[in-house]
Design a protein around this ligand. Structure first.
Ligand code: GTP
Length: 300
């Protein structure tokens, strides 16, 4: 959900259709609702509704189509254009959507994306201001005893990795067995003497789960790992895959051996890729690839 031109279809086309950001300027306005079914993990199918944001459509979602639009919602993603001149109207629609959600899907999670952050100079300050404003509006819209489960706000742009951070987090809330996956990835990381192991969805390259940091007390936590490394990897691999497709090559796997660390990225299951990061120079990448091959059946 979100006003017309706020960037909903652009983000969908980047994440789910592998199109580059430069092509989004050609997208036309969405008419009514466009539905996408994305097979995510085995039997888990993500049913994505892109709701065209022109006023006439919004009014119809909130009146005649209300029960169809707000029934069985897992996650509501509301996109706000950071530079909009019509914030007042946006907020009115947003509060009405919250109301629809409370009525028909009270357990749904809510994600607010303050989008097109590339257009503002003071990113930190602007984001904090918008986040506070949205928080106030959310509270204002909540009646007594009707608190929605969770509302999370992200600053995003199609021109950097921030979009992947937000969408990985969104998808993570929809994966029923994320904690079990993390547990298995942690065991796999230990077996590989790896610093960490990350599982990505095959088409979107969104992060599904990661291993947990080692729990032994003698293991020093590493502080040289970039906090944005997951979403940067998603963005870089997606761009690389796009370059491969332009020369009609298919992306299969990736291996890096640097003095500080080695990395292996390879298919784990039909729908996932795994990335193993190792800082121990005695571990051979061939051994990591062998471990992936042997672990495949367990993760299928
Ligand atoms: P409706 O279909 O009418 O509801 O609009 P929409 O929300 O789907 O908007 P759309 O995705 O069509 O994007 C409108 C314009 O915003 C396009 O020209 C995009 O290139 C541009 N845009 C989308 N995301 C960003 C972003 O992160 N930064 C900037 N600068 N422009 C963006």
């Amino acid at each position: 959900m979100g006003a017309s031109g706020s960037g909903k279809t652009s983000m969908r086309s980047l994440i789910f259709s592998n199109n580059p950001a430069s092509l989004t300027a050609r997208l036309g306005a969405t008419i009514d609702v466009e539905q996408n079914h994305v097979r995510f993990l085995g039997d888990l199918i993500l049913n994505l509704w892109d709701c065209g944001g022109q006023d006439a459509f919004m009014d119809s979602y909130l009146t005649t189509q209300r029960s169809t639009i707000f029934q069985h919602v897992g996650v509501l993603i509301y996109v706000f254009d950071v530079e909009t001149n019509e914030m007042h109207k946006d907020l009115e629609y947003y509060r009405d959507c919250l109301d629809g959600l409370r009525q028909f899907s009270p357990d749904a999670a809510v994600f607010l994306l303050v989008h097109k952050m590339d257009l503002v100079r003071d990113k930190g300050g602007t984001f904090e201001r918008k986040k506070k404003e949205l928080q106030e509006q959310t509270e204002k819209g909540q009646g007594p005893g009707q608190v929605l489960t969770s509302v999370t706000t992200f600053g995003t742009s199609i021109y950097d990795e921030s979009l992947y951070r937000a969408w990985s987090s969104i998808v993570h809330t929809l994966i029923p067995n994320a904690a079990v996956l993390s547990k298995h990835l942690t065991i796999f990381a230990e077996a590989c003497s790896a610093t960490e192991v990350i599982l990505f969805e095959r088409t979107t390259f969104l992060v599904i789960a990661t291993s947990n940091p080692p729990s032994e007390p003698e293991a020093e936590p590493r502080n040289d790992l970039e906090p944005t490394r997951y979403e940067r990897t998603s963005e870089l691999i997606k761009a690389f895959k796009h370059s491969c497709s332009r020369v009609r090559e298919e992306f299969h796997a990736l291996e890096m051996e640097l003095p500080e660390f080695s990395a292996v990225l390879d298919e784990m299951t039909k729908n996932t890729y795994v990335l193993i990061i190792v800082h121990d120079p005695t571990i051979e990448t061939a051994a990591l690839r062998l471990n992936i091959r042997m672990a495949r059946r367990k993760f299928e």
